[in-house]
Design a protein around this ligand. Structure first.
Ligand code: FAD
Ligand code: NAP
Length: 445
């Protein structure tokens, strides 16, 4: 029997498990599947952990989630085609849920089956090599501290790429008297109440961590961008300045001459695609971009078609794109989709990469990833979903953010699966301090 290893039980790994389960439900004979996750439970980043640094077994903590995180995109854009929000919660819910609500949703459909039996938790994959015929996987049972080995025909890498922080150094850091941390270790904005905070970066983490600090009472928040500012209309108490030059004592000195006294520096400087468990011939080497090279249809490793990667792209689309990728990978593994010859693969990858390299703004990036996801969607039996509505919603959302970064999370959108419109949340995001599932779902009648 064909044997498939899925490495990681985050949203991507769960999409892979679900895809095989759905094929089996249709009466198809599916391969034997073993999924590995080094955390104690499934859900990937969404399984919040208070831990930072190392876990109790000495492994680096992969989790980058923090308390009070609310979805930064409309939930309608990430909805599963085969499991709507309405089905999970039994009613329409607002468009920007907090982490616990999304976590509950992600797990909803997989909890209905027997999929958990297929996952080895607290198990780190430490080595994957290919011998010309099959893959040998070594893994560490962390609880019993044992190294074990197994042989597989296919490997699906779904280990995420927002777990290993990229940490630059600036002059003066060694003698800075306050706290320096990466967003990977950020857990709770309350820590910065009453403090002057410097945030470095100009992407989603910088935006959201800065807003969190402001929302939970930081005295001032200064964002230092390196190339392009985010350029939002920041509320009083927040500003965006050009690139940190150095720290001098407790002063942050920026290249535009701006000087800011600071108690903490939070590096929102992104993450590394880091696969220490893969041999060089199998290893994806890329930055955070919309079309990492060497992946046919963004999934199949160009040099070895028995190796698949899920979710390695920079992400506008998330959960339903992961599903389309997983359904595609499943069908390649089950022989329903034939991978073309090397020159066609090369041509296809080059087409997407060169399109990606020409993208200039957020709307074009949204179009690019929507086209990519639609193309994948057409290749499998992943259920129908309205990607044109998702495209439109993403663009409206982008424009809402430009209009007012403090209020975009109060807007409502229509579901691409059921058509129902998310009700307005009972409390505006800016003053909603309690992010529990219970409070969020407790909408007035
Ligand atoms: C702070 C933050 C906030 C985000 N917020 C949003 C949001 O609001 N909306 C949205 O759609 N997306 C958001 N994202 C994007 C996020 O990438 C996806 O939502 C999603 O978690 C990606 O799923 P994944 O399965 O690829 O990776 P992950 O969620 O990272 O899961 C990977 C899993 O692989 C396991 N693993 C890794 N290495 C090994 C190994 N060697 N052996 C065994 N197991 C291993 C890990 O333990 C983990 O469970 C956010 C990302 C971050 C960092
Ligand atoms: N739900 C939420 O609200 C939420 C919150 C946080 C994160 N997220 C998600 O988390 C994922 C990761 O986002 P991310 O922002 O961590 O990573 P990212 O999108 O890869 O961005 C990395 C940022 O780091 C900057 N940078 C790199 N080196 C730097 C340096 N030396 N000095 C200053 N800036 C530097 C980059 O700037 P340059 O452009 O100058 O290179 C870029 O702005 C995304 O998918 C995002 O959606 C979601």
């Amino acid at each position: 029997m064909t044997k498939v290893a899925i490495i990681g039980a985050g949203p991507c790994g769960l999409s892979a498990l679900r895809s095989f389960e759905q094929a089996e439900k249709k009466g198809e004979k599916i391969p034997e599947i073993v999924c590995f996750d080094k955390q104690e439970d499934w859900g990937g980043l969404w399984n919040y952990s208070w831990r930072t640094g190392s876990d109790q077994y000495g492994d680096p903590v992969p989790n980058s989630m923090y308390r009070y995180l609310w979805s930064n995109g409309p939930k309608e854009c990430l909805e599963f085609a085969d499991y709507s929000f309405d089905e999970h919660f039994g009613k329409p819910i607002p468009s920007f849920p907090p982490r616990e609500v999304l976590y509950d949703y992600i797990l909803g459909r997989v909890k209905k089956g027997n999929l958990k039996d297929k996952v080895k938790f607290n198990t780190s994959v430490t080595n994957v090599s290919y011998n010309g015929k099959s893959f040998e996987i070594s893994y560490r049972d962390k609880v019993n501290n044992k190294i074990l080995k197994d042989i597989f025909d296919y490997v699906i890498v779904s280990t995420g790429h927002f777990s290993v922080p990229f940490i630059p150094e600036y002059p003066g850091m060694k003698s800075f008297p306050g706290r320096i941390m990466h967003s990977h270790d950020f857990r709770d904005a309350e820590e910065f109440r009453g403090k002057n905070v410097v945030v470095l970066g100009s992407s989603y983490s910088a935006e959201d961590v800065a807003l969190q600090c402001h929302k939970y009472g930081a005295k001032s928040v200064t964002i230092g961008y390196r190339h392009n500012p985010m350029g939002f209309k920041w509320p009083d108490g927040m500003k965006e300045v050009f690139h940190l030059d150095k720290l001098e004592g407790n002063k942050a000195i920026f290249k535009d001459g701006h000087v800011q006294e600071t108690d903490a520096v939070i590096l929102c400087t992104g993450y590394l695609h880091h696969f220490p468990f893969l041999t060089e011939d199998l290893k994806l080497k890329t930055g955070n971009r919309l079309y990492p090279p060497k992946l046919y249809k963004g999934v199949v490793w160009q040099d070895n078609h028995k190796l698949m990667y899920l979710g390695m792209q920079d992400q506008f689309h998330t959960f339903n794109m992961f599903d389309c990728q997983a359904w595609f990978a499943r069908d390649v593994i089950m022989g329903k989709i034939k991978v073309p010859n090397d020159s066609e693969i090369e041509k296809d990858i080059n087409k997407w990469v060169s399109l990606e390299e020409k993208l200039e703004n957020a709307d074009q990036m949204i179009d690019f990833q929507t086209e990519y996801t639609k193309e994948l969607h057409d290749l499998s039996d992943y259920p129908k979903i309205d990607f044109e509505l998702i495209r439109k919603t993403f663009k409206e959302w982008e424009h809402h953010k430009v209009e007012n970064i403090m209020t975009y999370r109060n807007k409502s959108f229509a579901s691409p699966v059921t058509g129902s419109v998310g009700p307005k949340h009972h409390t505006d995001w800016e003053i909603a301090m309690d992010d529990s599932l219970k409070t969020f779902l407790d909408q007035p009648k």
